[in-house]
Ligand binder design. Structure first.
Ligand SMILES: *Cc1c(COP(=O)(O)O)cnc(C)c1O
Length: 433
């Protein structure tokens, strides 16, 4: 009898595994960058050129009053926290499961991040846990729409109104995604999109801050865009005198990055349509196969951003087969799947060691003993549970239904012959157990 599993010598279900590369670069992208180079358009002082074009495009798409391009998403988040006026003594509720940049700049404005648990199925910030952690010091909440799946905005907006909190949205996974028909990035007092090279709108390095609030915009402008741009854009009596110095940083975006991001942004809807078609089809192929659960999509998600595709391994459905062996078998079949590596932030060393004030910025006064909370394993259990069994498949953007069928076939084969893998696992002493 021939062995069906590729890991055990059989034929792979995906004979020609697709390569994932991001972003697509067209001739017009290349031509634009060459033009900028030839014109020596290497930096701007005012609100001009391709930076202005990028900001205008975002303002139109999101129907907001202000857009401010930045050197990175992290810089945009710092500017948002500074812009909304957070400072010493303020507590900011923030997801423990997110990219570090959602949280770390909170230290730079001397506020205190309070980490919040994740929903066990979507990985997004859990509204019930937000409410549990609100104190009289809570001023703001920052949320990330993880992998492009909207957070539960109905619940979150209720909390924001009830407790009068400032809301900052980190939309770095969610360009163009929506909740009940409303674009993500239009709920917050300020919202931020990274334009880093792996994101849906890729400029290479860059970010953008959106707001309808003049004061937030002016403060963010003064923080990172001194002189000409600040002089042009900061008009309120309270702030306009400070444009000549700004508030200390240079967070301007490089014109090359802005030009590329602008070209990519024109193709955002095409990218989103491709990912939605492809990955929802993949989910339909996986939905009845034991051992794997396709990513949950709540009914309030009217458009998913699919920054990555994260199915969850269910070992109990395959009699306890280890995740390592399961992935090894799928990879042998030609499926581009890996363990997702993200750790919840509360398990990172910075949040595990005693606060000695040397890792973070401000030395606070007497009223204020610690500017960083210390966490232990188990403190935010749902986020730990979510990250343990989560896998990742690249968000293939060009529709490829035949390949997705082969992926489905590979998962089905591995589930059907899991007993052979368990034998393999118990006989293979080199196997990590
Ligand atoms: C990428 C990312 C950022 C930061 O982006 P940079 O542009 O690399 O600074 C922030 N938040 C999230 C959720 C991200 O994925």
């Amino acid at each position: 009898m021939s062995v069906p599993l590729a890991l055990l010598g059989g034929k792979p279900a995906v004979p020609h595994p697709p390569a994932y590369s991001w972003p697509p670069i067209t001739n017009s992208d290349t031509a634009l960058l060459v033009q900028l180079l030839q014109r020596k358009e290497l930096s701007y002082y005012g609100r001009e050129g391709v930076v202005r074009e990028l900001e205008e495009a975002f303002k139109v798409y999101f129907n907001v009053r202000y857009a401010l391009a930045m050197s990175s998403g992290t810089a945009a988040l710092h500017s948002a926290f500074f812009g909304v006026g957070l400072g010493e003594g303020d507590e900011v509720l923030a997801p423990t499961f997110t990219f570090l940049s959602t949280v770390m700049p909170i230290f730079v404005v001397n506020a205190l991040p309070i980490l919040v648990d994740a929903e066990p199925d979507t990985g997004n910030i859990d509204p019930a846990d937000i409410e549990r952690r609100i104190t009289p010091q809570t001023k703001a909440v920052v949320i990330t729409h993880m992998q492009g799946h909207a957070c539960n905005m109905t619940r979150i907006m209720d909390l924001v109104r009830t407790y009068r909190l400032t809301l900052i949205e980190d939309c770095s996974h969610a360009h163009g995604a929506s909740h009940q028909g409303r674009l993500l990035g239009t709920f917050g007092d300020a919202s931020v999109f990274s334009l880093q090279g792996s994101k849906l709108v890729a400029g290479g390095q860059g970010g953008i801050l959106l707001t309808n609030d003049q004061e937030i915009y002016e403060r963010a402008t003064l923080l990172g865009h001194f002189k000409v741009r600040a002089a042009e854009e900061v008009t309120s009596e309270k702030y306009r005198d400070f444009s000549g110095t700004g508030y200390g940083l240079n967070y301007r975006m490089h014109p090359f990055a802005a030009g590329l991001a602008n070209e990519q942004f024109k193709r955002l809807d095409t990218y989103l349509n491709g990912r939605n078609e492809n990955l929802l089809y993949l989910s339909s192929c996986l939905k009845d196969i034991p051992g794997i659960a396709p990513p949950v999509v709540r009914d309030y998600v009217t458009r998913h951003g699919w920054f990555t595709y994260r199915p969850i391994y269910k070992p109990h459905e395959l009699k306890g087969l280890s995740l390592e062996t399961y992935l090894k078998a799928l990879q042998a079949e030609g499926v581009s799947i890996q363990k997702a590596t993200s750790t919840p932030l509360h398990l990172e060393p910075l949040f595990q060691v005693e606060d000695d004030h040397s890792h973070t910025y401000g030395r606070s006064g007497h009223a204020y003993k610690s500017i960083r909370h210390r966490y232990r394993k188990g403190d935010l259990p749902q986020s730990e549970q979510y990250t343990q069994a989560t896998c990742t498949i690249p968000p293939f953007t060009e529709p490829m239904p035949a390949i997705m069928d082969q992926f489905g076939e590979a998962f089905r084969k591995v589930a059907e012959y899991a007993h052979l893998l368990r034998d393999y696992e118990s006989s293979d002493s080199s196997q990590p157990r």
